[in-house]
Design a protein around this ligand. Structure first.
Ligand code: GLN
Length: 457
């Protein structure tokens, strides 16, 4: 804990931690020492972790990297973080992210972007750690903590993990409680671990998982010992390679790391099977209708009355001005764009054309996966994690949000189908930047998925 606190202090330039909590960390570390001495050490006893700003930790700021939540300190604890503390983990503080988890580069954060510890060979350009869990990825990659929590609505754990050469796991929808996690798109959001190795992620995931009566979508399903499942023997496993993930313009290096990954699994005994997921091309547009629709509804609660920031209004103005000004001042441009798109696709005249249609597409995408898992007996699917390596901060034109959205092309299908997905480092590109591979598992088979990830590691 002391070493991590020192590292956090020395790495202020990464802008990964938005609110370090050294006192709390030392207190929890002492308690962990005492437990160790008593010989009653749970799984994460004394392990220092960072917590994405989206999680409520009692008494600590929770701003979701938004100005609209300035000053908000939740009087309650998210279930996931409560379980982590019960497992003995130590809280180093809150981590940077995109505002309300909307973004792929951490550049929409009210705190300014987190910065990746990586650089292109021979270049000084600061790179994005990815997003939205960019602070978590930067912190783990720079060894400021041993692991971090993330959340993943369309790729926000997996894409930053790929960009920073670490492991990120998005569990099956319903595996981890969403209680106390600031909502973005409730039918897609899942918490998950980000860590240096598959084993670390497996240990964290076990502590974070489980049924919670306070989240009606959390599932009453047994939590296996994910660590015990890491064997790396792929004999008898059928691994699917979906042809739709070979997209135009994808760098050659990504394609060859993908082939190498498949070869590695074959060498460990797996059977590699070409598969097709025909509705993949509709996933991105469906996601960018459904996620903003749910966001516009979830973010309606930030009205200047109940939480955080409240705008000043004149003596002759009323509640409408209060709402309008608070939201105009408090939300950044990307959040405002999503709220507008969401309100539009949910409006009476356009609901069927956009929202209903996107939901139908979602069902088709889910069926594509069901078909390969059940009818073709595929155990897990191997894909690239991202269509490119990390880009420079400010490099992705902010005038064209769609360019940023394209980054999520390999990750959003998993959220739409509610499946588990894990990203592991696959190697470096020609400029020395990390690239990741994604393993998509069957529903509730995080154990099997992590074992494939372990075999790739
Ligand atoms: N980049 C995607 C978005 O902006 C995913 C974000 C996420 O998973 N939270 O919506």
């Amino acid at each position: 804990t002391e070493a991590c606190l020192e590292a956090v202090e020395g790495a202020a330039a990464l802008n990964a931690f938005t609110a370090p909590t050294p006192e709390r960390a030392r207190e929890q570390a002492k308690a962990a020492d005492a437990r160790l001495r008593r010989g009653d050490a749970p799984d994460l006893c004394g392990v220092p972790l960072g917590i994405k700003d989206l999680f409520c930790v009692e008494g600590l700021p929770a701003q979701a990297a938004s100005n609209i939540l300035a000053g908000f300190r939740p009087p309650y604890e998210s279930t996931v973080t409560r379980q982590l503390w019960e497992a003995g983990a130590v809280c180093l503080g809150k981590l940077n992210m995109d505002e309300f988890a909307m973004g792929s580069s951490n550049e929409t954060s009210a705190y300014g972007p987190a910065v990746s510890p990586w650089r292109r060979r021979g270049e000084a350009t600061p790179l994005t750690p990815g997003g939205s869990s960019g602070g978590s990825a930067a912190a783990v990659a720079a060894s400021l903590c041993l692991g971090a929590t993330g959340t993943d609505t369309g790729g926000s754990i997996r894409q930053p993990a790929a960009f920073t050469g670490i492991v990120g796991v998005k569990p099956t929808y319903g595996r981890c409680s969403r209680f106390g996690v600031v909502a973005f798109a409730s039918s897609l959001d899942q918490a998950g671990p980000m860590a240096k190795t598959v084993r670390d992620a497996a240990i964290m995931l076990r502590a974070m998982s489980g049924h919670d009566p306070r989240d009606s979508t959390s599932a009453p399903i047994e939590v296996p010992d994910f660590e015990a499942a890491l064997v790396g023997d792929m004999r008898g496993k059928r691994i699917g390679i979906p042809s739709e993930y070979r997209v135009d313009g994808m760098p050659e290096e990504i394609e060859s790391l993908w082939v190498e990954g498949a070869e590695k699994l074959r060498a460990a005994g797996a059977e590699i099977v070409e598969i097709t997921l025909p509705h993949t091309k509709y996933a991105l547009p469906a996601y960018y209708v459904i996620a903003p629709a749910e966001a516009s509804s979830n973010l309606a609660r930030y009205d200047g009355v109940r939480y955080g920031r409240r705008a000043r209004i004149g003596a002759r103005e009323g509640i409408t001005e209060l709402y309008e000004r608070t939201r105009a001042e408090g939300f950044g441009p990307e959040v405002r764009r999503r709220v507008m798109i969401g309100a539009y696709v949910l409006s009476a005249g356009f609901y069927d054309a956009y929202y209903t249609r996107a939901q139908k597409v979602r069902t088709l995408i889910k069926r594509d996966f069901e078909q390969v898992f059940t009818e073709q007996g595929i155990d897990a699917i191997l894909t690239p994690a991202t269509p490119s390596a990390a880009f420079g901060l400010g490099e992705m034109a902010s005038s064209d949000p769609v360019q940023m959205y394209l980054n999520d092309v390999f990750t959003v299908t998993v959220n739409l189908a509610g499946l588990p997905g894990a990203v592991v480092p696959a190697g470096l590109d020609g400029k020395g930047l990390p690239l990741g591979l994604q393993v998509i598992g069957r529903p509730w088979d995080e154990a099997g998925m992590l074992d494939v990830a372990f075999a790739l590691e």
